[in-house]
Design a protein around this ligand. Structure first.
Ligand code: ZN
Length: 636
């Protein structure tokens, strides 16, 4: 009842605060938004101030949508839109989403489609009643992005129901009494993998990350059976820092076991993690292992995901507000700031983060409005964890490639699909363009190109100089003709027999399966060839064994065990990490503003967590704690 009264009050507030002549037909809570339906969309369009003022009064994000009864027929609307938009916009696609009354125009030149002061958008609204959105045509089409958008459109009605349920939940009435906040550590403490923490208050429960830990007989999951986390359906929301599976891989399992709440993350994280999860299921199937969930749970997760932009503050529970900020680690990666209660506590979960400008991303955000405590990653927080800078990494890679090309051999670079591979591509492109290495064909095998395509679908999540290069100057380094996608096994066979020098970027990054194994098996016995490690090789992986200089390896090949002698050159090029090294972590704390009272150190091997916490205490006088998994700590 309290909710219905709140909704009625909100409707009255909206009606009282819009100018005369503005017709409000309905007001709904959809997810974290107040959605206003109107027959006079153009009034809102003419006066952008109305929405801003309403958002301020309601202390909620406000969206305005056309009343469904007013919309013109999509085919008539499309004809009208094509007439309105100038030819120089180069429209590539137009699609309609009747559930939210939105028409999306995909154009090569969005600026031209929007027009001066949005004149064409205003005209579309007036003539068709649809609410127009303009998207830039991605320079490399992504299958994943296309499929997810199509699926969301297809499931629009179901999604609306989900958002209204979530809206009802966020706006529920909560009891009086003393407020408190605490954190429970469910995974990724004194270890790397299965990152998961629970933030709970008197009224709400939020899960931050829900990852898998690879290795061993079975992949390990967070301690979701801890009494603090149960029952799962009482969790309000899951907030995901970034797409890597050690932070997200178990999220679909929550939906298998009754969780019905929202997942908050950035749109590129939603798309990238879906791609990685589907691949995770494929790999499990290929190895005849039982997967913890199936594709129906991934789809359910996608429908429950509410994408946020960096810097937007959103109510995700009756007493918790979330703001995502750039973490600089991979595409869409975020540090998550939670404002609990009315200033009761402010905590940041750093996620994996990079405090250095990279070729793809800006460095992580070091400014927050308020900050009482922070959970920081410490992958490279140990006393000796210093890494070369990006510039040094470029020079090292140049020398390694020059040596390998002089030998005339082939070069294998094992990479993860997301993050490092795009950086390696940019550096190779740059080395060729500057004439620092001879022009050499680069073949990419695995999901690298698809991951790259997702990057170009979200230019606003790239760093400023790369974005300008691609979209202002029209120079997309990923589209350089030196890059070739290995499309199928036939083409792979062809590449395998090619003479050097050629460069192959292939997944997986630690040689635990994936197409990289084929290249390694074929080329490892020839001393002319080179393998270059650019990423972290975890203990017990094949990558680590090769890097340590094993003379031979016994690998299974179509069911047979074959011993491969390793005579190829082994090189390691450091400095491509998406994690801050010790120097960068310390610099982050020097610049972090305001300074937190308490630091929780996690996401590192036990010794590194302890070493980094010790340094924070000694150097900055901070209270630095190193919780184990399954602790509950009172925050306020
Ligand atoms: Zn990561």
């Amino acid at each position: 009842m309290a909710y219905d009264k709140y909704r009625k009050d909100t409707t009255n507030t909206v009606k009282a605060n819009v100018p005369e002549g503005v017709d409000v037909t309905n007001v709904e809570f959809e997810g974290p938004y107040v959605v206003i339906y109107t027959k006079t969309l153009e009034h809102f369009a003419d006066d952008g101030e109305i929405i801003r003022r309403l958002a301020q009064t309601l202390r909620r994000r406000v969206i305005v949508r056309p009343d469904p009864g007013q919309l013109s027929d999509p085919s008539d609307a499309e004809e009208a839109i094509r007439k309105i938009l100038p030819a120089e916009a180069e429209v590539t696609n137009i699609w309609f989403d009747p559930a939210i009354g939105e028409v999306t125009v995909e154009a090569k030149f969005p600026g031209a489609a929007i027009g001066k002061q949005g004149q064409y958008l205003t005209q579309i609204k007036k003539e068709t009643r649809w609410a127009p959105e303009v998207q830039r045509t991605p320079s490399i089409p992504s299958k994943t992005v296309g499929e997810i958008r199509a699926y969301l459109r297809m499931s629009a009605e179901e999604r609306k129901d989900i958002l209204r349920k979530i809206g009802r939940r966020i706006n529920r009435e909560v009891g009086d009494g003393e407020n408190w906040a605490r954190m429970t550590t469910l995974g990724g403490f004194r270890e790397v993998g299965r990152s998961c923490a629970l933030l709970s208050t008197k009224s709400s429960k939020i899960l931050i990350d829900c990852g898998v830990k690879f290795g061993g007989q079975d992949d390990a999951t967070p301690y979701l059976n801890a009494p603090e986390a149960l029952p799962l359906e009482q969790i309000d929301a899951v907030v995901l820092t970034h797409a890597h599976l050690d932070h997200t891989g178990i999220t679909p399992l929550l939906f298998k076991y009754g969780f019905e709440g929202a997942v908050y993350t950035t749109a590129p994280t939603r798309d990238t993690m879906s791609m990685l999860m589907i691949d995770y299921l494929k790999v499990a199937f290929g190895e005849a292992r039982k997967a913890p969930y199936d594709t129906s749970h991934i789809r359910k997760m996608v429908l429950h995901t509410i994408p946020l932009r960096w810097g937007e503050t959103t109510d995700i529970a009756p007493d918790i507000r979330l703001t995502l900020q750039d973490a600089g680690h991979i595409l869409g990666s975020s540090s998550c700031h939670f404002h609990v209660g009315d200033g009761l506590h402010n905590i940041v979960f750093s996620g994996d983060m990079k405090y250095e400008d990279t070729w793809l991303f800006n460095r992580t955000c070091d400014r927050f409005p308020r900050l009482d405590s922070i959970l920081i990653e410490s992958t490279y927080g140990g006393y000796h964890d210093f890494q070369p800078t990006r510039r040094e990494a470029r020079d090292n890679l140049k020398e390694i490639i020059v040596r390998a090309i002089e030998r005339g051999g082939r070069i294998i670079v094992p990479v993860f699909a997301v993050g490092r591979s795009q950086e390696v591509m940019i550096v190779i492109e740059n080395l060729v363009a500057k004439g620092d290495i001879p022009k050499t064909d680069v073949f990419m095998d695995g999901m690298i190109m698809e991951a790259t395509a997702i990057h170009t679908a979200y230019p606003e999540f790239l760093n400023t100089s790369l974005r300008n290069k691609i979209f202002q100057k029209g120079e997309n380094p990923f589209l350089n003709p030196i890059f070739n996608q290995v499309e199928n096994s036939e083409m792979r066979r062809e590449v395998l027999t090619m003479p050097g020098p050629i460069i192959v970027l292939a997944t997986s990054g630690m040689l635990n399966g994936g197409p990289v194994m084929e290249y390694f098996k074929h080329w490892c016995s020839d001393p002319q060839n080179t393998i270059v490690f650019v990423g972290y090789q975890a203990e017990n992986t094949i990558g680590r064994k090769i890097q340590r200089g094993w003379n031979e390896l016994t690998l299974s090949d179509k069911g047979k065990q074959i011993t491969y002698p390793i005579k190829m050159q082994i090189e390691t090029c450091e400095g491509f990490s998406g994690h801050s090294d010790r120097k960068q972590l310390l610099e982050y704390f020097r610049n972090l503003h305001p300074k937190p009272k308490t630091v929780f150190v996690g996401h590192g091997d036990e010794a590194k967590c302890i070493e980094f916490a010790t340094t924070l205490r000694k150097k900055y006088g901070l209270t630095a704690l190193v919780p184990q998994n399954l602790e509950t700590i009172r925050l306020a």
